[in-house]
Structure formats: C-alpha cells, structure tokens
Design a protein around this ligand. Structure first.
Ligand SMILES: [Mg+2]
Length: 343
C-alpha cells in the first residue's frame, strides 16, 4: 500500500536533485566569462556581472563560449553521473580516467581551451605511464573533486561515513588527498541532506561531520583542517563582510580556498541561490567552480532557481539534466547498491 504523502515526497526529492544539477550549471555558466581573472579585471572587462555573459575574445580559458554556456564543471559532473548510473555497484578507476580523457579529446576537437584541471591532468598522465590508480591521485588537492561530486550526494543517503567513503572512492584516481576528499565530502553531504529535506543549518553541521570523516580517508597531503576552514568562512560570512571573507579564505583552484568560499557565499546571502551565484561570478579567480559548488548546494537545499536562468541554460547547452537527476535518485536506496564493491 502506498504511504500517504509518498508521491509528494518523491516529487520534492526530484525537484531538489534537479535543483542541485541545474544550480551547478547556472553557477558554472555565470562564472564562465570571469574565471581566472582578478576581481579588478572582472570589473574592468564586464563591470558588475549580473547575468549570463559571453566570454571575451582571447580569454585564456573560456574563449569562444557564448552567454549561458557551461564549462568543465557541469560537463564533468554529468560525465561522473553517467559512469555512476551505468555501473552503480562499484567504481572503475581506469574507466573513469578514460571517460575524462575522452571528454578532454572532445573539448580539443571543438577548438576550446578549457581542458582537464591540474590534478586530473597529472593523475591521468601518471596512470597512462603505468602508475597504479591507488597512487595517481596522491597529490591532487585542487577543487576538481568538489566541483563534480554532486552525483554522489544525490545518490547517497546522508550518513557522514557513507558519503565520505563514496566520495573518497570516486576521487581516488585524481584527488586522493585529505584536503580534496574532505572538501568534496562536505559538498556531497550538503547535497545529500538537501535532498533528504533537511534545512540549511542542519545540513551545514552534518556537512562538517562528513568533512572530518573525509579528511581521514585520503593521503595526508595539503590542508589538514578543511572543516576548520569551512567554519572560519561561515563565521566571517556571518559578520556580513564579503571583503574580509575573500581576504581570509581566497578564491583559487585550491580546495582549501574555493570550497570554504562556496559555503561562505551561501551564508552571506542566507542560501539565496541567484544572489550567491552572482557574488561568485564577480569574486575573482575560480569564479565558475565556486559558483558551481555553491549552486549545487543551494539547489539541493531548495534554493529558488529563476525560470529565465533555467531556460537559458537549457537553450545554450546540449545537456540533459532531468533524466540524470531521476536516474541518480533511483540509486538512492540502502538496498540498491552493493557498497562492499565501493570499498
Ligand atoms: Mg570550469
């Protein structure tokens, strides 16, 4: 017999899973034209970014992309989602590395310059040179792990150790470090909690628990207290001072900067998805990834997605979000996956 209210709950979960992926795409696309630029350069080039913009000719990374187009953050998130959906009972490091390589070849073939990030690049080169997948990710501390982790949060119940273990497994080949896994675990837990219907405050404290669990799972390389960095960002954001937040936390491709910054921005605007993503687009340096991470978390927590932004993303990109959100959710059952094989 169906539980009364069950269809409504399923509907809410689907809306939040979709929201996570759509929020991610919106944050990515808003930050696309400003990525790698300083705050000053962004202001000089674009004024204040307050919506989707095309990149300028000669942009070092996003040259050739038009307003609303997404980048590696969204594409690699959907790539990881497809790998997890296609093979839900385990994770094949070598196949995943091949997915990333094939993705990069496709980007090159289109004449675009937004290729694999530093940790993924180094790890895949090492793998191709014969290094074992247990070793290839041992120096990967950058934010590629957190930027593409949303599918793990959608498909996994909000238990801190469970989330952290799955994050560590999917990150192993490229980002097998305490810093990267802790950051990605915090992000995945926010998303998992959002889909479970938890509110922002509860999700935030659960995310810190997952962050500490994740910290222990990778090689002891990079930042040793990611949860402390996130707490610091939340504290500064709570004081409402964006400049102080940027000065203390930073906005680079390092997980220890961009992941806490995404949390800080959400706190600064009390979880308002669009406001957070506009701040991210103007914040400097890794704008698109900070926006993607903040957007995934805000969307999963029920943050309102402006209809015009959603329409623009679907129009400007040939990506499928709804079926992927549904397929990931269908894996979110304690009995559907054999986690022994994920170990
Ligand atoms: Mg990007």
């Amino acid at each position: 017999m169906a539980m009364p209210g069950a269809p409504k709950e399923a509907e809410n979960m689907e809306a939040r899973a979709y929201g996570a992926l759509m929020g991610l795409a919106i944050g990515d696309a808003l930050g696309m034209p400003s990525q790698t630029l300083s705050r000053q350069d962004i202001a000089e080039r674009y004024g204040r970014i307050d919506g989707f913009r095309a990149s300028f000719d000669g942009h070092p990374v996003s040259h050739g992309l038009s307003a609303g187009q997404v980048t590696d953050d969204t594409e690699q998130t959907l790539l990881l989602a497809k790998r997890l959906i296609g093979q839900p009972n385990g994770f094949d490091d070598v196949a995943w590395a091949q997915d990333l390589l094939a993705w990069e070849a496709d980007v090159r073939a289109k004449g675009l310059a937004d290729l694999l990030g530093p940790s993924s690049r180094a790890a895949i080169d090492a793998l191709l040179a014969g290094t074992s997948p247990e070793e290839t990710g041992r120096n990967g501390t950058t934010n590629g792990a957190a930027m593409r982790i949303a599918p793990v949060g959608i498909m996994t119940l909000p238990d801190a150790d469970h989330v952290a273990a799955r994050v560590a497994r999917t990150c192993r080949v490229t980002h097998n470090t305490g810093e990267a896994i802790a950051g990605a675990s915090a992000v995945a837990m926010m998303i998992s909690c959002g889909i479970a219907g938890k509110d922002f405050g509860v999700a935030m404290s659960d995310a810190l628990v997952a962050c500490r669990a994740g910290q222990k799972l990778g090689c002891a390389v990079g930042e040793t207290d990611m949860a402390g960095r996130i707490e610091r960002a939340l504290e500064l954001a709570g004081q409402g001072d964006e400049e102080a937040l940027v000065a203390a936390i930073g906005t680079s491709v390092a997980s220890r900067e961009s992941v806490p910054m995404a949390f800080g921005l959400l706190r600064l605007v009390s979880g308002d998805l669009w406001k957070a993503l506009i701040l991210a687009a103007n914040i400097g340096d890794d704008t698109d990834t900070i926006g993607a991470i903040a957007g995934a978390m805000a969307g999963a927590l029920g943050g309102e997605i402006p209809q015009a932004a959603e329409a623009r993303i679907l129009e400007a990109n040939s990506i499928e979000i709804r079926p992927i959100a549904r397929a990931l959710l269908s894996l979110r059952s304690p009995v559907a996956t054999g986690d022994a094989e994920w170990a």
